[in-house]
Design a protein around this ligand. Structure first.
Ligand code: HEM
Length: 289
């Protein structure tokens, strides 16, 4: 057994390379901010820069946490679930820093903070997501799982999907000009939800490589359609014109293509892992014979 603060050790107290890797991943944005400290300090709004970094990485780690379930299946690496809690709590740490930096940016005037958060729609949305993440972080301990009971705990933690949606809306709302990255992020979250819906629909059976490729195509199509409709409404242009522009690669690669590439890469990875596994399994079958 290891002390609970020794998060780099597994439950048996052994050093866990997987946990160390997850911890290193969680600390990477912090290291990057320290590396960029000079540039941040000499920038126009250092605190605002840090608020953006913390918010962005919180959303990334929220996605990474949600990716554990599909990737432990696709990578045939069930142990991955061992770092899910660490990634989830790490997400909350970034979002806690995000709010603390915001409070600092408001010169620690708590009255003003409450007034702003309750009067600006994007902050109300962020605030609700923040409270949701706090509730999930508080109830993430073994003791809380026992106290709530498995079923109630699982139901509560399903709120993560609504929280992710609110986090994405907050991200879109605060983005002033280019929404390429938020659209790409929304596409990846759609894939993560789509995977779960398909797995549930197939009564928990694994998705085939072909199923994963199909999911990539459907999600990419949704991203193209969503972007076209969004831009059409915002700028009063024809959505078909926006769709046509997706094939103009000189103007940049639209997020729909990026999501398609990421989704197909996952399907290819699934094929490779399946072959690898069957190759490893073959000698054992021969030996059994
Ligand atoms: C009370 C809670 C929150 C407050 C007060 C808050 C505040 C802010 C502020 C002030 C900005 C910068 C806006 C600007 O410069 O105009 C921002 C950006 C952002 N926030 Fe939040 N936020 C909160 C919750 C959240 C949550 C829960 C998430 C994610 C789960 C999140 C993710 C983001 C992201 C992704 C950005 C943009 C980062 C980028 O530019 O790359 N925020 N937030």
């Amino acid at each position: 057994m290891s002390a609970s603060w020794q998060i780099w050790r597994d439950r048996r107290g052994r050093l866990s390379p997987l946990r160390i890797a997850a911890l290193a991943l969680l600390l990477l944005p912090l290291a990057k901010a320290l590396f960029d400290a000079g540039a941040i300090a000499h920038g126009a709004r250092p605190l605002n820069d840090l608020i953006h970094r913390a918010g962005f990485w919180a959303l990334v780690f929220l996605g990474v946490t949600l990716a554990v379930t599909p990737f432990r299946r696709i990578a045939r690496y069930g142990n991955l679930v061992d770092v899910r809690r660490m990634l989830g709590v790490g997400t909350f740490c970034y979002i806690a820093v995000h709010l603390m930096l915001y409070v600092a940016d408001q010169s620690y005037d708590l009255g003003k903070v409450v007034h702003e958060i309750s009067h600006r729609v994007y902050l109300i949305v962020g605030g609700v997501a923040w409270l949701g993440l706090a509730a999930l972080a508080i109830t993430s301990t073994d003791g809380m799982v026992r106290r709530l009971g498995g079923l109630r705990w699982r139901r509560l933690h399903q709120a993560i999907y609504a929280i992710a949606l609110l986090g994405l809306i907050h991200y879109f709302q605060q983005t002033k000009a280019d929404v390429t990255v938020p659209i790409f992020a929304a596409g990846l979250f759609t894939w993560l939800i789509g995977y779960r819906v398909l797995a549930w629909w197939q009564a928990g059976r694994e998705l085939s490589s072909l199923g994963l490729a199909g999911l990539a195509v459907v999600v990419a199509a949704l991203v193209f359609a969503g972007e076209a409709v969004g831009i059409a409404i915002e700028f009063r242009v024809s959505p078909l014109r926006v769709l046509g522009a997706a094939f103009d690669f000189d103007a940049g690669i639209r997020p729909g293509w990026q999501v398609l590439a990421a989704g197909l890469a996952v399907a290819v990875f699934d094929v490779v892992r399946a072959r690898w596994n069957s190759r490893l399994a073959r000698p054992r079958t021969v030996a059994a014979e």
